[in-house]
Ligand binder design. Structure first.
Ligand code: AHM
Ligand code: MG
Length: 336
């Protein structure tokens, strides 16, 4: 039956976002243009990641290939692509990338009302062995001042207007929230389009997976230690949780979103603020988790209420299913 083999009404990500934005009478399509440039960056990175083994794109930045050309490491290349796509969109003023120590301030002729914080290629330890990696991004609007500054992005995560990630895995998936739920789009490589495949993702209220780098256990604090102990040896007669840890935040969070459970990157004695970066790792993922019905907690407060003081600041993070995060919150509250 032809109708079964082919879906003819394709909800592309552009069409989806245009529909969403049309609910706002003041919308002039700026966000759609910005997003289509982010999508372009994701498609480029996806294709580069897929070719990486073949094209010898992997290697140290600064290494030269047979033609004597400089080779760029995949993460440097990805960053260049995103910065150029975002600047040329004409819709951004401040860009913060994990790859660049300083923020990028867009020249005045190309400025727009949005600011984008992003990690162009997260999970770098997984690049060379072909395991899933991803891009993470968050979007703010400019403050009402003339000159763009880091103040435009040093704002709590609850002020983000959108957040998302793209996972370069067995399929390429873009997961996005503009504050009205979480929606997943899968790249159809033959069309070069992201098609809505996972509308309105909701995270299960409770999961049976925990995800953490247990190699750091000797340096954990009391509540984290107690929590992970309970995952393995539950006191209430419930079955023990399974451990899954890719070591790529996008992959670990994506699984958590779809299957439920909890992802932890806690503080430890060696890293009192954990490892993950507030602006472009913690906030976007916390935003998505809350939009999907889950929670994100820092060990002290709701993650989205943090007010970052520096663009590359770090924070401990516990995120995932509502009930699972409730448990770790209770353990931290008991400490006080
Ligand atoms: P990166 O930005 O250098 O790639 O580091 C971030 C990654 C995350 O994707 C992942 O959650 C975490 O580091 C894993 O860290 P660890 O190897 O300490 O477990
Ligand atoms: Mg990173």
């Amino acid at each position: 039956h032809e109708a079964d083999a082919y879906r003819t009404d394709l909800m592309t990500i552009t069409r989806f976002v245009l529909n969403e934005q049309s609910k706002y009478p003041e919308s002039r399509g700026d966000f759609t243009i910005l997003l289509s440039n982010i999508v372009l960056g994701c498609k480029f990175v996806c294709s580069a990641v897929n070719k990486a083994g073949l094209a010898k794109l992997i290697g140290l930045a600064g290494e030269t290939n047979i033609q004597g050309e400089e080779q760029k490491k995949l993460d440097v290349l990805s960053n260049d692509v995103f910065i150029k796509a975002l600047v040329s969109s004409g819709r951004t003023s401040v860009l913060v990338s994990e790859e660049d120590e300083e923020a990028t301030f867009v020249e005045s002729s190309k400025r727009g009302k949005y600011c984008v914080v992003f990690d162009p290629l997260d999970g770098s330890s997984n690049i060379d062995c072909g395991v899933s990696i991803g891009t993470i991004f968050g979007i703010y609007t400019m403050n009402h001042s003339d000159e763009p500054s880091t103040e435009d992005v040093l704002k709590p995560g609850n002020e983000m207007v959108a957040a998302g990630y793209c996972m370069y895995g067995s399929s390429c998936m873009l997961v996005l929230s503009t504050g009205t739920g979480v929606h997943g789009f899968t790249l159809d490589p033959s069309l070069g389009e992201f098609i809505l495949t996972h509308p309105d993702i909701k995270i299960p209220n409770k999961g049976n997976i925990y995800s953490v780098n247990e190699g750091n256990a000797q340096n954990w604090d009391g509540p984290t230690t107690k929590y992970v102990e309970r995952c393995k040896y539950p006191k209430d007669g419930s079955p023990a949780k399974s451990l899954r840890y890719v070591g790529s935040m996008v992959a670990d969070v994506h699984r958590t979103l779809l299957y439920g459970g909890i992802f932890l990157y806690p503080a430890d004695k060696k890293s009192p603020n954990g490892k993950l970066r507030v602006l472009y790792e913690v906030f976007p993922m916390a935003f998505l988790m809350e939009q999907a019905g889950g929670q994100a907690f820092t060990g002290k407060k709701r993650a989205l209420d943090l007010v970052p003081e520096k663009i590359h600041e770090r924070s401990p993070i516990f995120l995932g299913s509502y009930d699972d995060v409730e448990e770790i919150k209770a353990l931290y509250a008991a400490e006080e």
